[in-house]
Design a binder for this molecule. Structure first.
Ligand code: 8YV
Length: 333
């Protein structure tokens, strides 16, 4: 039987989440994973009440212009730099994201990148697989830099930054952070983290993690000038967004040994990765998978579905999407 609301899901999703959605609404789901053009998005959104979309789907004023039906767009991500929230708000369309459920998994991955880059795990494995491990190895081969006991720097101290900081205790690492606003004292204490100015963070951190949201102010927050302040023995990790680092400048610093290594999960212009970065043996590169554990991706999909259903008036949170970005919108009646 046809339902009163229709929704569009812009990529394949866990079958159990789709089945849950289908209990309440008609679901149209794309069967392949790909980026949609603005005109495709306009067309897909024209005759649905809600949509679950992902980071590569840019939902801006242009895409929703003249759309009188759409009530909610639910992002499959905590970051929502693919949404023009003011435009959605002006159009009376609810916007939601997936915070919190990915904090710990993403923090784990930031540490995986730090450890892998500092201890040269990826290049050692490439060397081994290529069959180069034949005779005995020199005692001073494959030297990395230590992680334990060093000073950890965190730029951007939201919920994921705090989860990263808490793990620092286990590694015996003092934690410095910079954030636009200082954390309340009790959270600083819990994270054992000390606020410092950005330049001081760059100078003092033995290793630096970037956990900033991407916006116009944070574009190239780490470029040539910032890299020049960092220690040549430092490892730089980015699990936040491409565009926060100037990738061309980073490749030069890595190549010239002005930085020991980098662990990067996100890139300017991804899925295309700057060719000079791909050439850097001292960079560990991964395809934006920091949140990709089975449990967490399921939880993100479930939360995106719950947000969508709640916005359309279904389920236990009917009328109150759990993670609403523009509460000032009451939604279209
Ligand atoms: C992506 C992320 O959602 O939540 C975010 O902001 O960047 C990731 O969790 C995920 O990689 C799917 O694109």
């Amino acid at each position: 039987m046809s339902k009163s609301h229709s929704v569009w899901v812009s990529r394949p999703l866990f079958p159990e989440v789709l089945a849950h959605l289908a209990e309440y609404v008609d679901v149209r789901v794309e069967t392949t994973e790909r980026k949609h053009t603005p005109s495709e998005l306009r067309e897909k959104l024209a005759d649905v009440d809600g949509a679950i979309v992902a980071l590569s789907d840019r939902i801006d004023g242009d895409v929703i212009a003249g759309n009188r039906r759409l009530r909610v767009v639910s992002n499959l991500a905590v970051g929502y730099n693919n949404f023009d929230v003011p435009a959605l708000t002006a159009a009376g369309i609810l916007a939601t994201n997936t915070p919190d459920v990915l904090n710990e998994t993403t923090a784990d991955y930031a540490w995986a990148l730090l450890l892998a880059a500092a201890r040269r795990v990826s290049s050692a494995e490439r060397w081994l697989r290529a069959g180069h491990w034949r005779g005995s190895m020199r005692f001073d081969d494959w030297l990395g830099v230590d992680v334990h006991g060093k000073t950890l720097g965190i730029l951007g101290m939201g919920r994921i930054g705090q989860a990263i900081a808490r793990r620092g205790y286990g590694f015996g690492m003092p934690v410095l952070y910079h954030n636009r606003s200082r954390l309340p004292e009790d959270i600083e204490r819990e994270c054992r983290a000390t606020w410092v100015q950005k330049a001081e963070l760059l100078r003092r951190a033995d290793h630096l993690m970037l956990v900033l949201p991407y916006n116009a102010q944070n574009h190239h927050a780490v470029g040539a000038a910032e890299l020049a302040l960092m220690k040549p023995t430092a490892v730089l990790v980015n699990i936040a967004r491409g565009g926060i680092i100037d990738d061309a400048a980073l490749a030069v610093a890595l190549r010239e040994g002005r930085l020991a290594a980098a662990g990067l999960d996100v890139f300017e212009g991804e899925p295309v990765v700057h060719p000079a970065l791909r050439e850097c043996e001292n960079a560990v590169l991964s395809p934006h998978i920091a949140s990709a554990s089975a449990d967490t991706r399921r939880a993100m999909a479930q939360l995106a579905a719950d947000n969508l259903l709640a916005a359309l008036g279904y389920g236990p949170n009917a009328g109150h999407p759990p993670s609403l970005l523009n509460p000032q919108v009451r939604g279209r009646a």
